[in-house]
Ligand binder design. Structure first.
Ligand code: ATP
Ligand code: MG
Length: 356
């Protein structure tokens, strides 16, 4: 008789998320969001809005962070995250994450955290100089806790997050060794079978790991003013795509298809034959100007975003905020159940269970 066990076996988990430091952009889509939407059925998904982490750089802006938390949720729903299938985790509603941050911070050497290249880049790119808060670097440890609280197998992220995932894998191994007696030589995939509480999660980078911003140099980022947002109108998309700098002037001179504009061509024009044709003509300088390519890129991005704008309009309508709060309320209960299970076991492993 065919076995039915696969249909009832628990699905592996996904955990990933975004900081509410602004609205989501097309870099989020190609880097992570697209994978999230695609994997909702195959995995038990937890998507986290890291609102506590937004305080690392905006502690004086609680209203803006609260507003952006709802904006991110609307962006997710617009992008096809289905609240019937995935669980939305608002970080501040799950106190277990904060407790785990404390425990993990003892397992990571200070200098190891400060050497994290993503953290260093952020300090630099966001111009934080030496004025950043004590809590700023702590967010990197917090992100390990966000992930490990939900004990996922997979973390869909953009390329810039891989350094964080590596640190998360490192601290999970150390936890399993220190508190669960797992031999440090144990292969990652066997940690749980060897008695470890925390699976060693894998990062899953999207189709485009690092989409460049319309400035043509920096990573597209919600804090850098170089982004095409999921909410942008057709006119805004055209205007922003027109800004992408290539440095090319002569439409009959051979062009370099490694430039920012062609990253957009490959990322958003869906017909591979058309992409190949544009690349070929551009390389040969076959009477094809940036302006022409930009028109096609803008149209392709608009076609991707049009259905998202339409879905989002339903949540932007007056009086619809209740729906968002309902989702957060019911999902927080679900998230807290999963988090409490991990934290109960963490406390047990760390001999912190005094009241039984
Ligand atoms: P901030 O400027 O506040 O850091 P951000 O735009 O970098 O914002 P995050 O919230 O830090 O966005 O990132 C959320 C997820 O989206 C992460 O997995 C990140 O790797 C991915 N991501 C962000 N920007 C890009 C991009 N330009 N290309 C690909 N993936 C991206
Ligand atoms: Mg970022």
């Amino acid at each position: 008789m065919p076995s039915t066990s696969t249909s009832t076996a628990p699905r592996a988990r996904i955990l990933t998320g975004d900081t509410p430091s602004g609205k989501l952009h097309i870099g989020h889509w190609v880097g992570s969001l697209e994978n999230r939407a695609r994997l909702q059925d195959a995995y038990e998904c937890y998507f986290l809005i890291a609102n506590l982490h937004a305080f690392t750089t905006r502690a004086d802006q609680p209203s803006e962070i609260a507003r952006d938390t709802l904006e991110i949720l609307k962006d997710w729903l617009a992008a096809g995250i289905d609240p019937e299938r995935a669980t939305v985790v608002v970080q501040s509603e799950v106190p277990a994450i904060t407790e785990l941050t404390w425990h993990l911070s003892m397992l990571l050497p200070f200098n190891r955290v400060m050497r994290n290249p993503t953290l260093k880049d952020e300090l630099d790119v966001k111009g934080l100089g030496d004025k950043y808060s004590f809590g700023f670097p702590l967010y990197a440890v917090g992100q390990c806790a966000d992930i490990l609280t939900f004990r996922p197998a997979l973390v869909p992220v953009g390329e810039d997050q891989l350094a964080h995932i590596e640190m998360c894998r490192e601290v999970a191994r150390r936890f399993n060794h220190t508190y669960c007696g797992v031999d440090p030589a144990t292969p990652d995939a066997e940690h749980v079978a060897a008695g470890g509480l925390l699976p060693i999660p894998e990062g899953l980078v999207g189709r485009v790991g690092r989409l460049v911003g319309v400035d043509g140099t920096q990573k597209m980022s919600k804090s850098l003013g170089n982004a095409i947002y999921l909410t942008d109108t057709t006119a805004q998309i055209k205007k922003k795509v027109a800004q992408i700098y290539t440095g090319r002037v002569d439409t009959n001179a051979p062009g370099d298809t490694n430039n920012a504009l062609f990253q957009y061509v490959r990322s958003f024009i869906t017909d591979p034959a058309r992409v190949a044709e544009l690349e070929d003509r551009y390389r040969r300088g076959d009477a094809i100007g940036d302006g022409h390519v930009k028109v096609e890129v803008a149209a392709a991005i608009d076609a991707l975003l049009a259905p998202m704008r339409e879905r989002r309009a339903r949540f932007d309508a007056p009086g619809r905020e209740d729906i968002l709060h309902d989702i957060i309320r019911t999902h927080s209960a679900r998230a807290n159940t999963a988090a409490a299970e991990t934290l109960g076991r963490v406390r047990e492993a760390m001999k912190l269970r005094f009241v039984r």
